[in-house]
Design a protein around this ligand. Structure first.
Ligand SMILES: [Fe+2]
Ligand SMILES: [Fe+2]
Length: 417
């Protein structure tokens, strides 16, 4: 009975509806258990997004043979006979004393670059609907992606609005990059439920690149800062490139997408090992563009931030390897620096790094003037999303507000004339 009490009302309604549909004349199978349906379906990019694609989902029953099926969209109408079935990896998580859940994942391999596929997940007969994704082209072709800062509060109520605007603004986005603090309390499964309610079907089609924020860790008022570990719900929900430093797998990672090297750092963890790893990745990087994402800010705009450790460790590396763009969250305000090198705006044709701090939720902090001499624009009390258009010679970054109005824009040129 306790088990039943944990089934959300919408599932009970869904089960009741299925009973009505499937108990007509001639239907002899036992109706499906309502709590076996796949939910929280998320695409993630792999290190080679032109050849493979990861998908992760959750169910409240393991099912007989959890799997995912994939078919080129050109064969969608004959999917039942053309689909390839891939058996899932499963991990069991205890949510509370009365509820265990099963996170399942599959990496589709040997895909064709630049090809649209349909896929579904689950197990017979509890399959999801078919969703779509497109593999990267494997060449340095132009593409667009969406970037969000902290959502964190009122995620279902207001974050959902921003997500819908992003879909309308960039219906062909290659992926969505989140700078962390996607929710307020990452160890609480109810907050993940709120996040997935807010993003709805979107991560089934727009792969997520998540950056771990401090709110994906336990509250430091409950667990001392140096004893905190990322929520045990993080890794089960995602299937991310496993190419970070030992101990930081799937919270620090890199991948390459159509001429851009994306590097995700974890500012909640000590930076020394990450700096060494970052040097190695950057020294081997042959991509046209390099974009780093980290939740914590390099040049903070919040009046409450005074620690310069990240700045001291990372800026010399960003300078040495001419990182183009650094995407951050955490300070609950907006900031775009001028192109910087050695903590100063560059002059003439010198190459610099642009640092963006974004906020995509309704939580706002006062903005300090500490680094005003480095800033091209700052803003407060704005819920923003960002589109980033990349081609071989330019990177165009645009900030949109809740009224869908562009409120800031910068174009970074690869080859300075
Ligand atoms: Fe934060
Ligand atoms: Fe935050």
């Amino acid at each position: 009975m306790k088990r039943f009490e944990n089934i959300p009302l919408r599932r009970i309604i869904a089960a009741w509806f299925l009973m009505l549909v499937f108990t007509g004349p001639g239907f002899t199978d036992t109706p499906a258990a309502a709590d076996s349906f796949p939910e929280r379906i998320v695409l993630n990019l792999t290190q080679t997004p032109h050849l493979s694609q990861a998908v992760t989902w959750r169910s409240e029953e393991k099912g007989k043979i959890p799997a995912a099926q994939i078919v080129p969209v050109s064969h969608l109408l004959e999917a039942e006979s053309h689909a390839v079935t891939v058996k899932a990896d499963t991990c069991q998580i205890e949510i509370d004393e009365s509820l265990d859940v099963f996170h399942q994942s599959v990496v589709f391999e040997s895909l064709v670059p630049g090809t649209e596929y349909a896929y579904r997940v689950g197990n017979d007969p509890h399959w999801s609907e078919w969703s779509r994704f497109k593999t990267a082209s494997g060449r340095n072709d132009p593409f667009r992606f969406v970037f969000f800062g902290d959502i964190q509060e009122q995620v279902a109520a207001l974050g959902s609005q921003l997500f819908r605007l992003a879909v309308m603004a960039v219906p062909d986005a290659a992926f969505w990059l989140f700078a962390g603090d996607m929710m307020d309390n990452g160890p609480d499964d109810r907050e993940w439920a709120g996040f997935f309610e807010a993003v709805s079907w979107m991560p089934k089609t727009f792969p997520m690149l998540p950056v771990p924020g401090n709110h994906e860790y336990p509250d430091p008022r409950i667990i001392p800062r140096d004893e905190r570990r990322i929520t045990p719900l993080w890794r089960p929900h995602f299937t991310l490139p496993d190419n970070g430093p030992p101990g930081l797998e799937e919270t620090v990672y890199w991948l390459s997408y159509q001429g851009v090297c994306f590097i995700i750092l974890n500012g909640n963890e000590p930076m020394d090992a990450q700096a060494e790893w970052l040097e190695t990745v950057l020294s081997r990087n042959t991509a046209d563009w390099t974009i780093v994402a980290i939740h914590q800010t390099v040049y903070p705009i919040s009046t409450r931030r005074h620690d310069t450790t990240i700045q001291e460790i990372l800026v010399p590396i960003f300078d040495r390897y001419a990182v183009d763009l650094v995407l951050q969250g955490h300070d609950h305000g907006y900031a775009r620096t001028k192109a910087l090198k050695n903590h100063q705006p560059v002059t003439g044709n010198e190459k610099g790094t642009v640092y963006i701090i974004s906020n995509s939720g309704p939580k706002f902090y006062p903005v300090s003037d500490r680094y005003d001499h480095l800033m091209a624009r700052t803003g407060s009390k704005e819920m923003l999303f960002h589109t980033i258009d990349v081609d071989e010679t330019t990177l165009r970054f645009t900030a949109f507000d809740l009224m869908q109005q562009p409120v800031d824009e910068v174009v970074i040129h690869k080859n300075i004339p």
